[in-house]
Design a protein around this ligand. Structure first.
Ligand SMILES: CC(C)(COP(=O)(O)OP(=O)(O)OC[C@H]1O[C@@H](n2cnc3c(N)ncnc32)[C@H](O)[C@@H]1OP(=O)(O)O)[C@@H](O)C(=O)NCCC(=O)NCCS
Length: 164
């Protein structure tokens, strides 16, 4: 398994991976119609055309197949006041067949090593309040609960690389 940064030339493959992993994760939570609407807004080529201007995407690849990704950048929520020094781990997804093998952990740890997160004061994320598996993983990586937001919770990791 290899982890590397995605390039804009891979926009189609990234959108495909993001769509597939989103469907696997949320097929039982949303209706087909709602799922389609959400994918168009947040996983489509049009979405990633904009995302590549501002976010960093790291891909996990095995035998030439994309199997997971993390996406991070500026905070995207306004429920908590953040500063310019704060960043957000926006997405972490591993395809179903590859989960539970340490790939999600490796992706997130690689993201922590990227200058954008390494130099952040706080790293935030939001996660569905019923996604206990992801929450447990985030806790083990140093994130703690800071706020409830609709059906999501916001978690924060204070950066150990920064003082004060
Ligand atoms: C959350 C997610 C990204 C985690 O990725 P993952 O690759 O399954 O995570 P890991 O394998 O690193 O860790 C998961 C578990 O496997 C364990 N694990 C880690 N390395 C392992 C290894 N080499 N062999 C076996 N198990 C391992 C971890 O300890 C962890 O155990 P725990 O659940 O008891 O804490 C993945 O489950 C996923 O894509 N879920 C659906 C999407 C989602 O919910 N994303 C978050 C939305 S905010």
């Amino acid at each position: 398994m290899k982890i590397r940064q995605a390039t804009r030339a891979e926009i189609g493959a990234v959108s495909e991976l993001a769509t597939k992993s989103y469907i696997q994760t949320f097929k039982n939570r949303f209706t087909a119609e709602e799922l389609e609407k959400r994918i168009k807004a947040t996983r489509s080529i049009e979405f990633y055309n904009r995302a590549f201007n501002k976010d960093i995407i790291l891909l996990a690849e095995e035998d030439g197949k994309l199997i997971g990704y993390v996406q991070f950048g500026e905070p995207t929520f306004d429920v908590i006041e953040t500063s310019d020094e704060d960043k957000e781990l926006q997405r972490a997804y591993v395809l179903e067949d590859y989960q539970g093998k340490g790939i999600g952990t490796a992706l997130i740890k690689s993201a922590f090593e990227h200058p954008i997160l390494k130099n952040a004061k706080n790293i935030y994320l939001d996660v569905w309040d019923k996604n206990y598996k992801a929450q447990k993983l985030y806790k083990s990586l140093g994130f703690e609960f800071v706020a409830k937001w609709d059906e999501d919770i916001i978690m924060r990791k204070r950066n150990i690389h920064q003082s004060g």
